[in-house]
Design a protein around this ligand. Structure first.
Ligand code: SAH
Length: 465
């Protein structure tokens, strides 16, 4: 991060603005809205600008810039079209430790202005760290269309009741939970629909009825994180991820998804590489209960879908036993994600009428004990999870049982992520292909005629094998 975003109260403080033209006027308007007292310095000043400064109780010095004009100022801005003057302002300000911004010249700035979406008192600032103001403005225009104009009124209504709620609920966490419910509920809807009075009445009633114990009760959310690409999360997964106090995650959860957790959430890694469990399953199960008993909202984030080879059932067992509230959030499982991103339809009217998800995980003894003769229907697609290490055994088992060695087969590594790789061969040839080319975990094995469609429906940029 090149710049730290902060929101700075500058009301009543003196800000030096050097420049008398159009660009200075734009900055002056912004500073004026934030309540700054302007000290404007320029030999010539546009009438609109002069009027604005005077109305705001500021001062105008119709002369060239001199360093002593920085006396007593909080911030300095240079908005002239004279490079030498801009540089002089920047140097003089920096020499005195005064934060300085030179319009359109990031190297001369110690702070920069973000693009903003204004739903006062809600202000959203967007910055590209000076790298691309166009990109920041583009994002701003998207956000503008997303957030209803009346959103500011909701923020203002909530602001007006903060004190009252603080008296009712001394706990900061309880208050946060209360406001989260308000934002998702009737008060918000009424405000956005223009029914300000009804919204205020509703909010007052909710404050009256607010119950810290009820709000603070711990909960467990068993949430699928999908196969990797954070875009594949569901809305609910995202909402709960941002609500959770604690996020308990394992190795398959991609950094892009983890990024979406609340900034101040506690992130707990519980590992799980093959054969190297950072925390034994029993301890994970107990951990969820322990956190929830402390009144925390616990998000147990699992790769893919929690109920498909995710031990979701086991993890809930103790939660149920302890009588803790919980939710289960489904999301794209690896088979669906990898197949879609590889352009392999798992079923197809001409090629596959059914699909079977199978675990290729071997028992502790190293044995892969699978009912091979159940997997012989040519019109059934087979998807093996955790099958990378067992690939030679899977191939041999299926061929011995009678599935044709010419059946198309593909191994998809790091599916849906950048670096996704598809190795395509046949049931007979794939083990050697993979041994030669190597494959990164996690990898998913798809076997069946539908794999033959991969070259045709391939769309996601990947390293083809
Ligand atoms: N609950 C998960 C599966 C967990 S088992 C789900 O629904 O997807 C772990 C196995 O999932 C891995 O061994 C691998 O076979 C598969 N897997 C998960 N993410 C994957 C990815 N991004 N690419 C390929 N395979 C993946």
């Amino acid at each position: 991060m090149e710049y730290l975003p902060v929101s700075w109260r500058i009301k009543g403080q003196t800000v030096l603005l050097v420049g008398g033209g159009e660009i200075a006027l734009r900055k002056a308007r912004l500073l004026d809205r934030a309540g700054a007292r302007l000290r404007l310095v320029a030999p010539e000043v546009e009438p609109d600008l002069a009027a604005l400064v005077e109305q705001g109780g500021g001062e105008i010095q119709r002369q060239v810039f001199a360093a002593d004009q920085l006396d007593g100022v909080l911030l300095a801005l240079a908005a002239t079209d004279d490079e030498a003057v801009n540089r002089a302002v920047s140097e003089a300000a920096q020499a005195r430790g005064v934060p300085v911004n030179v319009v359109d010249n990031p190297p001369l700035c110690t702070f920069i202005f973000p693009a903003i979406v204004d739903r006062d008192p809600l202000i959203i600032s967007i910055s590209s760290g000076g790298a691309s103001p166009v990109a920041a403005r583009w994002v701003r225009s998207r956000i503008e269309t997303l957030i209803p104009a009346r959103w500011g009124r909701l923020a203002a209504l909530m602001g007006s009741r903060r004190k009252r709620l603080a008296e009712k609920l001394p706990s900061v966490s309880a208050r946060r939970l209360f406001w989260e419910k308000v934002i998702d509920g009737a008060v918000a809807e009424q405000t956005l629909a223009g029914q300000d009075e009804a919204a205020a009445t509703e909010l007052d009633a909710a404050i009256e009825a607010a119950d810290a114990d009820k709000l603070m009760r711990g909960e467990v959310y068993l949430v699928g994180a999908g196969p990797g690409d954070a875009d594949l999360l569901t809305f609910r997964a995202l909402r709960l991820l941002q609500k959770a106090d604690v996020v308990v995650y394992d190795r398959l959860v991609s950094p892009g998804v983890l990024e979406l957790a609340r900034r101040d959430a506690e992130l707990v890694y519980v590992g799980k590489k093959r054969a190297e469990h950072v925390l034994p399953q029993d301890d994970i199960n107990r951990l969820l209960v322990d956190y929830a008993r402390q009144g925390k909202k616990v998000c147990r984030l699992k790769g893919g879908d929690p109920f498909i080879f995710g031990r979701g059932g086991e993890e809930l067992e103790q939660v149920v036993e302890a009588g803790i509230d919980f939710q289960v959030v489904p999301v794209v499982t690896a088979a669906a994600g990898c197949a879609a991103y590889a352009g392999i339809p798992l079923t197809h009217r001409d090629h596959a009428q059914s699909v079977r998800f199978i675990t290729g995980h071997r028992k502790e003894s190293g044995e892969l004990n699978l009912p091979w003769s159940d997997f012989l229907t040519p019109s059934e697609t087979l998807v093996f999870y955790m099958g990378l290490v067992s690939l030679p055994a899977i191939s041999a088992g299926l061929i011995m049982a009678g599935r044709s060695p010419d059946t198309p087969a593909a191994l998809i590594s790091r599916g849906t992520l950048s670096g996704q790789r598809v190795l395509k061969g046949t049931l007979g040839s794939l083990p050697d292909l993979v041994a030669e080319a190597g494959a990164e975990a996690p990898s998913l094995l798809i076997i069946g005629d539908v794999v033959g469609l991969y070259p045709r429906y391939r769309w996601f940029e990947d390293g083809e094998g």
